[in-house]
Write a protein that binds this ligand. Structure first.
Ligand code: 13P
Length: 242
């Protein structure tokens, strides 16, 4: 399997910044063969990214839990798909913690992804408090439970809440321990990405772990040089494996 590098731009960049960054990514990808690139721009740049990204696919950062109608400010799975998205991030920790998304809401979104031909990337992860009080596996299992009967094809992203945007990455061994647990629940065919302060210095160690199939990258995906380095390092790793 090629390493999967997914960028989550979150609520960043103007339209011209987004356009420039896509240009840099296209340039970096010219020399790279062995990467599955997924780009998650803000909803208002989905169309732009789908049109201009040359080698890669597009993810929506979220979709509504409703199929359509009078829900001001929301965007449906069908709308994201029609703007070029192939994937949708679901249950990102910022959605869970800032916007109070529950597993029930996420389950509805999973069904809508399946119904509309979007591949969900289900984000799971524990807070530091949950980890320190021994609840790690219970939390992850509860978050994975939404997949039962609601998703056929999906990815999982393990993003420990304490590692997101903090500069504190899980060590490869610590991440691998949780990935191996997730693997035991979801099985072999499901790609499992790691996210949380991934950068050009730690990507190699993380991707070297047997159950880490790729990375979901926030802050470092906004920096053109660093993101290009991440793509190059990841591609070189794959070549070594094959
Ligand atoms: P950072 O890479 O900025 O820690 O963000 C990770 C993340 O939330 C990706 O979805």
């Amino acid at each position: 399997m090629k390493p999967i590098i997914a960028a989550n731009w979150k609520m960043n960049l103007t339209k011209s910044d987004a356009s420039n960054l896509i240009g840099h990514i296209n340039h970096a990808m010219n020399d790279i063969a062995n990467i599955e690139l997924i780009l998650g721009p803000s909803h208002c740049y989905l169309d732009l990214a789908a049109t201009h990204l040359k080698r890669g696919v597009i993810a929506a950062q979220n979709i509504a839990e409703f199929s359509g109608g009078a829900y001001t400010g929301e965007i449906s799975a069908q709308m994201a798909k029609s703007c070029g998205a192939k994937y949708a991030l679901l249950g990102h920790s910022e959605r869970r913690h800032v916007f109070h998304e529950t597993n029930e809401m996420i389950q509805k979104k999973l069904v809508l992804c399946n119904d509309n031909g979007l591949i969900p990337i289900l984000c799971v992860g524990e807070t530091l408090e949950q980890r320190n009080s021994g609840q790690l596996k219970t939390v992850i299992n509860d978050q994975l439970d939404v997949l039962k009967n609601s998703a056929q094809v999906y990815f999982v992203a393990y993003e420990p809440v304490w590692a997101i945007g903090t500069g504190e990455t899980a060590t490869p061994e610590l991440a691998e321990e949780v990935h191996a647990h997730i693997r035991s629940v979801v099985g072999d065919g499901v790609p499992i990405l790691y996210g949380g302060s991934v950068n050009a210095s730690n990507i190699k160690g993380l991707l070297s772990m047997p159950n880490i199939d790729g990375a979901l990258i926030g802050g470092a995906s906004l920096k053109s040089d660093e993101f290009s380095d991440i793509l190059k390092i990841s591609a070189a790793l794959e070549r070594k494996k094959s």
